[in-house]
Design a binder for this molecule. Structure first.
Ligand SMILES: [Zn+2]
Length: 436
């Protein structure tokens, strides 16, 4: 057992002074003062983080790790040019080793930004699981918790590597889930790609798989306006309403993006308990539009945050997404009171846990001991008037002092503990130089 204490501890959306956590076998057993924790575990070694905030590790609820390799290759272009000349072009030539390198790169950057769990929505499957396993291996090598959103994809306009038959997609997802069922750092969930990437039968199969495996399922929904128009024309209803007709709009579904929704669809998502993974930087980068976060938050929809892929952001920080979420709504409504930093913190932590179906994102008994230590002496955290507001609006990655996953230190004072950053840089440079 181990005790970790700090000057400030973030519990949900507010700070407590001089508290800590008692950790055993990667889980939090108790939260309280040093005296209370020592009464419970007198022999446990104590690590005290002076001048620091102990907070739940940040949760990245949407990413495509290989896309980090494509930063700068097709920026400032329209969506379809970006898709065809960056995504589709390079997705066809990546080897398994390259996919591993992309994941090391993406996840390494995330750890440096205080992220302890990433959901990788992965679709270069080659009708098997070996590539997804390479992504998982990269996460394990770095020590970050990973949720593999294994994609179900059958649209024949996409590269062949993405596509599977319904039975291939279902069987492979089941097999991958079974392989990691009891793993302490890995979980697997089904992810029908989108209403354009997956057929109706595949979406239904994904929803059923989630039910059978008792997991959430993730799907891109209404990212661009074109998608809304296309679904409306094809099925006579907008995307969320159509999914409700299919019977798959439920508590297990987490919609990614959901930029183009009308009032009735927001109401439907709230009624059915469907979650949202929101990726503001990516939506801005690709010019998708502004998701109706204020209305969705007011309706009670569980909103988590994602960075999305590295070539549509192009950063890897959930604190950055908190900031963007808040600022974008203030701009949209020309009103600085429509969002609060405290709600952004929940989106970046506990609500991410809910949308990934894991006990993460809170410093509370029974939760995984995934936490981030923020340096309250960092210049960006001055003055100490309001730590939560500073965290969301002012902090820079330089303030991230240490990161722990399952009670193990994986990042400290600028250094990844398990894979040297220079090794990742060397891999990325060698690979991408061979393309140009
Ligand atoms: Zn995505």
């Amino acid at each position: 057992m181990q005790i970790f204490t700090a000057d400030q501890l973030l519990t949900l959306d507010h700070c407590l002074s001089h508290q800590g956590i008692l950790v055993d076998s990667g889980k939090i057993l108790a939260v309280g003062s040093l005296e209370a924790l020592q009464a419970q575990a007198p022999d446990a070694p104590v690590t005290h983080f002076a001048d620091a905030l102990l907070m739940p590790g940040l949760v990245n609820s949407h990413n495509h790790s290989f896309q980090s390799l494509l930063k700068g290759f097709c920026d400032d272009r329209d969506f379809f040019t970006w898709r065809d000349e960056a995504l589709y072009k390079y997705a066809q030539i990546l080897t398994r080793e390259d996919i591993y390198t992309g994941a090391l790169f993406a996840f390494g950057e995330m750890l440096k930004c205080g992220i302890t769990t990433v959901c990788d929505f992965f679709y270069i499957n080659d009708q098997a699981n070996d590539n997804a396993r390479a992504v998982i291996q990269a996460a394990l090598d770095l020590g970050i918790r990973v949720v593999m959103a294994r994609t179900l994809y059958d649209w024949d306009g996409a590269p062949i590597r993405f596509r599977e038959t319904l039975s291939q997609a279902v069987e492979n997802t089941k097999a991958l889930h079974a392989a990691f069922r009891d793993h302490p750092l890995v979980s697997v969930l089904p992810a029908p790609h989108s209403l354009h990437g997956a057929s109706v039968d595949l979406i239904l199969a994904g929803a059923e798989l989630a039910e059978t495996l008792d997991t959430p399922f993730h799907m891109h929904i209404a990212e661009g306006e074109y998608e809304r128009t296309m679904i409306q024309e094809k099925h006579g209803q907008p995307p969320i309403a159509f999914l409700d007709t299919l019977g798959v709009l439920n508590r297990r579904l987490v919609g990614i993006h959901c930029v183009w929704l009308d009032d009735r669809e927001i109401e439907l998502m709230a009624q059915r308990g469907t979650g949202l993974s929101y990726n503001p930087s990516s939506n801005m980068f690709l010019g998708d539009g502004i998701t109706r976060i204020k209305e969705m938050h007011d309706a009670g929809i569980c909103i988590s945050l994602g960075t999305d892929g590295g070539c549509s952001n192009n950063r890897a920080s959930i604190i950055e997404e908190m900031r963007m979420t808040s600022l974008l709504q203030k701009v949209k409504f020309c009103n600085s009171t429509v969002t609060r930093a405290e709600d952004m913190v929940l989106m970046g932590t506990s609500q991410g846990g809910r949308n990934l179906g894991l006990p993460i994102g809170q410093l509370a008994p029974g939760f995984h001991a995934d936490f981030t230590v923020v340096d309250l002496n960092d210049l960006s955290m001055q003055p100490r008037q309001n730590v939560v507001k500073n965290l969301v609006y002012a902090s820079q990655p330089s303030a991230i002092r240490a990161v722990y996953v399952a009670g193990e230190k994986v990042f400290e004072t600028g250094q990844l503990m398990r894979v040297p950053e220079v090794e990742i840089v060397r891999r990325v440079q060698t690979l991408t130089q061979s393309w140009t």
